[in-house]
Design a protein around this ligand. Sequence first.
Ligand code: ADP
Ligand code: MG
Length: 316
Amino acid sequence: MTALLSIENLTVEYAVGGKALFAVSDVSLEVGRGETLGLVGESGCGKSTLGRAVLQLRRPTGGRVTFDGTELTRLDGEALRLMRRRLQLIFQDPIASLNPRRSIGDIVAEPLVITGVVDRGERERRVRDVLAAVGLDADLVMGRLPHEFSGGQCQRICIARALILEPELVICDEPVSALDVSIRAQILNLLEDMKRRYGLTLLFIAHDLAVVKAVSDRIAVMYLGRLCEVGPTEQLFARPAHPYTALLLEAIPVPDPTVKPAANLAAGEPPSPLDPPSGCRFRTRCPRADQTCADVVPELREIAVGQFAACHHPLG
Ligand code: ADP
Ligand code: MG
């Protein structure tokens, strides 16, 4: 599979009170055309920052992002705006990401207006098409305001807005985290349908491995700004190589109430990204850590075919 998106040594640091906050450090990843890559890790590990840095909404401190052969990190102005149409972002909080004073018809049409589709009839036709695709009745919704809709419906509207320019890559940043459990599956199914219908490539961000499992071809696990492990979904679930991946897997709730929940992740809070541990950043919570882990940053290396882990003592 050829990479549509290539992220090389991506680093993003924020300045916080005169100190550097290491949000994303030296992350390299590829997403193949037509692939869904799941990106998981605890809240605060840098997932959203990475997503925004891919789109150049936050300029990285270092590294490169290449989309379909064009280096986004070197573009700006009009050239960047043109490329951005091919990449879209869907946010966690659908209600907050819709302008409360504008009608659904106007919200979904806005990307068309911005990109210069001047013909009103053409705009309306495309809005109707994409609303139908996400399962909404255009006649019923176009004239209404966001507050008249549920969270799930608002996420459908956000998805329609993201798809109206027919992008190639969609970054879904925790698209179901803010929704009721009962409607999460509907939105995940919708994203799968949209992926097929529009031939999309997805970078699917979640803090929960269980959510990405259903939709991802491969999964990348992040911890405190660094990549721990990347591999095919089935393989990573069956044979995690990084101790952190194993811990995340154990923390997935079991539907059976008589089964005791395994290792509690909260048992060790992640350290601050303002002052990350030396060497392997996971070492302060890792049962396998030794002196090497404190001294040497582990490089990502291939543990099994297609499965990579950044660990001095991988499971296996
Ligand atoms: P995630 O999406 O995985 O929860 P984020 O990318 O939002 O993580 O955040 C990564 C780290 O960067 C966190 O420590 C967060 O507090 C910090 N951070 C995020 N955005 C900013 C910002 N604009 N300024 C300073 N620090 C930020
Ligand atoms: Mg986030």
